[in-house]
Structure formats: structure tokens, C-alpha cells
Design a protein around this ligand. Structure first.
Ligand code: F6R
Length: 240
């Protein structure tokens, strides 16, 4: 685990974008695993800048996203599909057929099997970007998850619903369920970069880097992966 502590949000966004860009440059048909939420917004904006400068090309890139809310369509502005279009895909030359995000409107069982198979058939994720929840979740793998889980239906924790209500008009509008890659799916990625910003992530980052490996703090399993970057700003790294 390589831990990189930088001064502020902008610096972690640039660093994470550089790692993604380097993956794209080294392998033009890379399979990227992508995350949503507040944290990666700056990283996506840096990637768009690099694309516009001609530094990176998304023509042959394929992407999978970590998760999607159950019951939200692609057109819903709170869906993660919409978020990805808005923050990255519509600004770069990615082939829309190369984007895969769990479909929160599909038959749940079939969709989980389809998604996991698609990831396997693609040859596996070269680089997975992760954020981290206050409770140490990665993807929507909430505390007490089974480490051997693959793509599955998740009941979101109260803590996560509250944290994500900032993107909705009210807490009641936050879906209670999501589809998420499992811990095993994430751990199969060849390389992982986790980004964290702000003091409300400090406990989770401490547990991820220095705590016991435990399902109570799902991100702690990353200690067992052999190619992980943790990129945190000073506040998120303040307990290390
Ligand atoms: C998003 C995801 C989540 C978020 C986490 C942090 O696709 O899987 O694990 O990364 O909830 O969210 P923010 O960045 O909004 O604090």
C-alpha cells in the first residue's frame, strides 16, 4: 500500500488524474473501474482537461462503474449513469458502447450476474478508482460485508443515506438500495487508487491503512492487495 498525502483537494485530484492518465497512455485499451460521489469530481475535471490538451485518448477505453442506485433510470439526474455522463463521458471521446454501469432498473439477480460476467469477459479491471465512505465502505460494500462478495444488491446504511442526501432534495429521496461490485470484484482489479478528502474521512483512512483487516471497515481489505495507492489530503490523513 502506497500512501500519498498532499496538501489539499486540488492536489489529490491532480495526482489521481495523473495515475489514471498514465494507465491510459501505457495501455490505450485499458479497462477502467470508476467511482462516483463528491470526491472524484475534481479528478474527472483534470482528466477532461488532459483530454482537451491531447494528452489522453479515450477511444479504446472501456469502463465499469462501482455502483448504481436501485430504481433510478439513466435519465434521472441523481443516477450514477447521469453523473458519469455529466462529469466525464460527454466531455471525452469514449465510445458509449464501452461504458458499463449496473442498471438499477433491471431485474436485480440477472443484472448482478450479467455485470460480473462482463467484467470477467473484458479481461478484468486494469485500474480501479475508489472513494471511501465515512464508515469505511468501498463501492457500496457497507460494514460487515462478506469479503468474498461479487456484484450484489446492497441495503444502504443509515450513515450512507444521510451522507448522500446532500445530492438529493431531501433524505427521503435517497434510494435505500443499490447494486454494487463486491469486495472480491474490487480486489481482482490489477491496480487500485483510493482518494479521500476532508476530516470526516480521517477515521476511515486510519482504519484502511493502520487498522486491523476487518469486515467492519471494508476498505481495510485493501492492505492485502499488492498494488494500491491511497491518495489523501492532509485532513483525511490527519490520524495517520
Ligand atoms: C461511489 C462509491 C462510494 C463513494 C463513497 C464516498 O461510486 O462507490 O463508495 O466513493 O461513498 O463518497 P464521497 O466521495 O461523496 O464522499
Amino acid at each position: 500500500m502506497k500512501v500519498i498525502v498532499l496538501d489539499n483537494y486540488q492536489q489529490i485530484s491532480i495526482k489521481a488524474a495523473q495515475i489514471v492518465a498514465s494507465q491510459i497512455i501505457l495501455k490505450e485499451d485499458s479497462i477502467l473501474g470508476l467511482a462516483t460521489g463528491g470526491t472524484p469530481v475534481g479528478m474527472y475535471s483534470e482528466l477532461v482537461k488532459m483530454y482537451k490538451l491531447g494528452i489522453i485518448d479515450f477511444k479504446k477505453i472501456k469502463t465499469f462503474n462501482l455502483d448504481e442506485y436501485v430504481g433510478l433510470s439513466k435519465e434521472n439526474q441523481q443516477s450514477y449513469y447521469y453523473y458519469m455522463m455529466d462529469n466525464l463521458f460527454k466531455h471525452v471521446n469514449i465510445n458509449i458502447e464501452n461504458i458499463d454501469i449496473p442498471n438499477g432498473m433491471a431485474d436485480i439477480k440477472e443484472e448482478c450476474v450479467r455485470y460480473e460476467n462482463e467484467i470477467k469477459q473484458s479481461g478484468g479491471i486494469d485500474l480501479q478508482v475508489l472513494g471511501i465512505g465515512h464508515n469505511g465502505h468501498i463501492g457500496f460494500n457497507e460494514p460487515d460485508i462478506k469479503f468474498e462478495s461479487v456484484t450484489h444488491l446492497v441495503k444502504l446504511d443509515e450513515d450512507t443515506i444521510k451522507a448522500n442526501s446532500r445530492f438529493f432534495d431531501s433524505v427521503d429521496e435517497v434510494p435505500k438500495q443499490a447494486l454494487s461490485m463486491g469486495i472480491k470484484t474490487i480486489m481482482h482489479s490489477k491496480k487500485i487508487v483510493l482518494i479521500a478528502s476532508g476530516k470526516e474521512k480521517a477515521k476511515a483512512i486510519y482504519g484502511t491503512v493502520k487498522g486491523n483487516i476487518t469486515p467492519n471497515l471494508p476498505a481495510s481489505i485493501l492492505q492485502l492487495h499488492n498494488d494500491v495507492y491511497i491518495i489523501a489530503d492532509k485532513e483525511a490523513a490527519s490520524l495517520l
